[in-house]
Design a protein around this ligand. Structure first.
Ligand SMILES: [Zn+2]
Ligand SMILES: [Zn+2]
Length: 879
């Protein structure tokens, strides 16, 4: 049998299935796409899931791939044995409702025996014990004797993952010979030892599990096969383990060469050699797919792999950086199947070096601290490292918690993980709080102070928005660094930049800085001492390093809107001087993409007429399409042009003069439109006082004015909608409504009068005579005190002479009113005393003058009682 290499076997497999009508697809990225259930691709079928579930239509119903995979579930065992690894390649042929068991079994056999040339007498298929269909195919079609076909139960030969598609599988084992066997009497296919190695697994997805153990036969049956490429190579090359197959062996030898060790001499050293060999493969492939070392998710996996490898390098006695040379070997060994490794080589090496360097700075110190901690634990008889110590190693020395845990476990210690997480959370909280209270510029001040003062930046952005330049300095929020990586916030300095930095009231530009391998989002641009332009923001992907050539791209829309607003402030200043007088002087300004603010000296609020005139004047100059010219000239010459300058502002020898036609001339370093016509529109939205003698105008230009009017228009439509009319008819509608309200009001008044009149008619029947005085006591419903008084006056008039008492219940309250005419008073009647006595009955109090009095109460249910009592009370008053 020919001992094919890993790269040959990969190609043979893909070619074979291409000849069987399969579409050969490139390996998918290790980063799952649209699949949040998975951190990293861990099987050949994982990226094809949407085709299996029917969520997406496959490009062909037969597909074959060689997929790069990473599994970190067994990471603790990597190195300790020769069986485990985190990185592997998986060969697979897939059928999406196309061929099924017959073809899948036949082709797997054909490939292993005819193409690769494995000895058929050493191959043993296994099936799920109830899968007679598969048995028949192996037995009758392929011709394997029944006793060579092994039947296994559900755990081994039924592929199932909770509810969903599932089915039996059929594996193919290869007998590697007695030398790999355990020698136990029962050693055969399925034994745990290394003799019978599973090389192929056919999964027949034919059922749908409803989650309660009921299996329905699927309409679309799928084939999902998997074969570890490295494992196949172990069999084909007849070597001990995956660490001995051609490409991986070359890498392993490279590790030995750098460490000055021989593989197989010392167990401890072998553990480290295997671990480094495996981890550098995973790390190299992860970086090529765009994963960056960070403290979370995939990034953490990568960081842990790199730092574990770096630490095991130390255990082997390697000093300094060594991962780059190994990564080069990985690329050399795998570029045939994965050309992206070669294309991204520079980037991969840079990321690796950066991460290794960062860790190298502290690793020795960290290991020393950790061994001190161990000694202390030993002395105190403790076996658990405190969360705060583990956190210190993480925070100060860059030891991922899992790394500390591993190092300790080697010596029988453990770690207080809950305590560590608590410290982590506390740090996150501190970071959040400090962000809230620390002044942005203040926080940055220290790191910027460390930058070489001779470094400066040239601004090239007056006439262009994109430029290329070299990175001079990079900083995080805390320190100067050689590289910024994904997720990091920081500042980038370049030799040249088209980004305008916040100055003279104009806000700094935003945009992006990028290379082929990294992208930085610029959130602000600031100017520092010595003419340095700092681009402040965050790395959104990849890495950018000092010395690299980068492309700087200003957000064009933001810049253009800012220019409109800035040019408009110049027109505004001149218009204010024209309308209000020459005392108007700029006191401050702010120009952003969305608005402009202009503060100026003036002693009273502007009238609506003045505001209107200023707007009109500015808009007239916008429509005139004045050319905006900038000139650099000596300060004296500039003054002769009549340029408006800020009082008290220091200007250099050379100044920039911005003029707009003959209308405005100002000293200004800002960015402007080329022609005032570009501003399109100008609108003042507010004018107010901000300090004694200082007014502030806020205004909009261009699309922001349109947006402003759009909002007003929307409001108008909403009002019209509420009024059930159209905007054009709102005025008519409102005057109509006003008229209607007026009419209703007067109608209401006359109804009220009529109601009172009606109740009047009825109550006149209730007049009684007490000792010759007419007494009218009556209850009326729901009338307030004013109503009672009106009613009382009318009744009194009707009565001629006498006493009137009215009571009304209203929402659980009682209003009482009593009136007495002069004639009644002459005979002793007293309205005040009368109402006082009646109020007691309805649970209240009150009183008043003899002729008129009112009172309140809380018991409306007692009103009839009170009314009944009135004649008696009056009788008692009369002489
Ligand atoms: Zn065995
Ligand atoms: Zn200006």
């Amino acid at each position: 049998m020919k001992k094919y290499g890993v790269n040959e076997l990969r190609q043979m497999f893909l070619d074979f299935f291409e000849s069987k009508g399969h579409l050969v697809m490139n390996s998918f990225s290790l980063i799952p796409q649209n699949d949040k259930s998975l951190l990293l691709i861990n099987a050949g079928m994982a990226p094809l899931k949407p085709y299996f579930t029917g969520a997406e239509i496959p490009p062909r119903t037969r597909v074959a791939t060689c997929q790069k995979c990473i599994r970190t579930g067994d990471i603790e065992n990597v190195g300790k044995t020769a069986r485990h690894g985190t990185f592997f390649e998986m060969l697979g042929n897939f059928s999406f409702g196309d061929y099924f068991k017959h073809e899948a079994i036949a082709w797997s056999w054909e490939f292993l025996t005819k193409v690769v040339g494995l000895d058929e007498n050493r191959l043993y298929p296994s099936i799920y014990e109830e899968d007679e269909e598969a048995f028949e195919i192996w037995n009758k079609e392929v011709g394997i004797p029944a006793e060579r076909i092994f039947r296994f139960g559900k755990e081994d030969n039924f592929w199932e993952h909770g509810a969903g598609p599932c089915g039996p599988c059929s594996e193919i084992y290869y007998d590697r010979g007695e030398k790999y066997g355990c020698g136990e009497p029962g050693c055969t296919v399925g034994c745990e030892c290394d003799r019978y190695m599973e090389v192929w697994n056919n999964v027949f997805t034919q059922f749908e599990n409803d989650g309660e153990g009921h299996y329905e036969t699927l309409k679309q049956k799928n084939i999902d096969t998997g074969m570890g490429l490295e494992r196949l190579a172990v069999v084909v090359q007849d070597v001990d383990s995956i660490f001995d197959v051609d490409t991986i062996c070359a890498l392993r030898n490279k590790v030995c060469e750098i460490a000055g060790k021989t593989y197989g001499e010392d167990h401890e050293a072998d553990v480290s050699i295997r671990l480094i060999t495996d981890h550098i493969r995973s790390a190299t492939f992860l970086i090529s797919d765009g994963v960056m070392p960070t403290n979370e998710g995939r990034g953490y996996v990568l960081r842990r792999l790199i730092r574990r490898a770096a630490r095991h390098g130390r255990l082997l006695g390697i000093q300094g950086q060594f991962l780059e040379a190994l990564s080069c070997q990985v690329i050399e060994g795998s570029k045939d199947g994965y050309p992206e490794l070669e294309e991204k080589k520079d980037f991969i090496l840079k990321v690796l070096n950066n991460e290794e360097n960062q860790f190298n700075k502290t690793i020795d110190q960290g290991l020393k601290i950790l061994s001190d901690m161990e000694a202390e634990m030993k002395a105190e008889g403790k076996t658990v490292l405190s969360g705060s110590d583990a956190f210190k190693l993480y925070d100060t020395y860059g030891f991922p918690m899992d790394l500390t845990k591993e190092i300790l476990e080697e010596k029988g210690y453990s770690i207080d993980e809950a305590g560590f997480q608590k410290e982590m959370e506390a740090q996150r909280k501190r970071a959040r709080e400090s962000r809230e209270v620390t002044n942005y510029m203040g926080a940055e001040a220290t790191v910027y102070d460390e930058i070489d003062p001779s470094i400066t930046s040239e601004f090239t952005g007056y006439n262009k928005l994109t430029d290329t330049s070299k990175v001079t300095v990079l900083t995080t929020e805390k320190e100067i660094v050689t590289s910024l990586v994904e997720g990091q916030a920081g500042t980038i300095f370049t030799e040249k930049t088209p980004f305008y930095a916040t100055m003279g009231g104009q806000e700094g530009d935003t945009g992006v800085i990028y290379t082929e391998n990294g992208k930085f989002k610029v959130e602000d641009t600031i100017k520092l001492r010595g003419g340095k332009y700092g681009h402040v923001g965050t790395m959104v992907s990849g890495m950018i390093s000092a010395g690299e050539e980068v492309t700087l791209e200003v957000c064009a829309q933001g810049r253009f809107d800012t220019c409109k607003n800035h040019s408009a402030t110049h027109l505004l200043q001149k218009a204010l001087k024209t309308v209000l007088g020459s005392h108007v002087e700029q006191k401050g300004s702010l120009v952003t993409p969305t608005r402009l603010r202009f503060d100026f000296a003036h002693f009273q609020a502007m009238t609506a007429e003045e505001i209107g005139k200023v707007e009109e004047l500015v808009n007239k100059e916008i429509q005139a399409g004045l050319e905006v010219k900038t000139q650099i000239m000596g300060i004296e010459e500039a003054k002769k042009t009549g340029a408006m300058a800020l009082f008290g502002e220091k200007y250099g020898e050379e100044v920039r003069v911005v003029s707009m036609g003959d209308f405005s001339v100002e000293l200004c370093g800002g960015t402007h439109v080329a022609n005032t016509g570009a501003i399109t529109l100008f609108k003042i939205v507010s004018e107010a006082g901000v300090a004694a003698g200082v007014r502030r105008i806020e205004a909009l230009t261009g699309n922001n004015v349109i947006e402003y009017y759009k909002n007003i228009e929307n409001q108008l439509h909403e009002i019209a909608h509420t009024l059930k009319t159209t905007p054009a008819e709102i005025e008519d509608k409102i005057s109509h409504l006003q008229k209607e309200v007026k009419e209703l009001h007067s109608e209401n008044e006359s109804l009220k009068a009529k109601m009172a009149q009606d109740s009047l008619g009825n109550v006149m029947d209730q007049v009684v005579e007490v000792k010759g005085i007419k007494v009218l006591a009556a209850a009326v419903d729901g009338v307030d005190m004013n109503g009672l008084r009106d009613l009382g006056d009318q009744l009194k008039e009707k009565l001629g002479e006498g006493v009137v008492v009215l009571a009304s219940g209203n929402d659980g309250k009682v209003n009482l009113l009593a009136m007495a005419t002069q004639g009644a008073m002459d005979q002793g009647a007293h309205a005040g005393n009368l109402v006082k006595a009646a109020a007691q009955i309805v649970g209240g109090g009150g009183g008043g003058r003899p002729n008129m009095a009112q009172a309140g109460g809380k018991k409306p249910e007692n009103i009839p009682q009170a009314i009944e009592k009135i004649p008696e009370l009056v009788a008692n008053q009369l002489k």
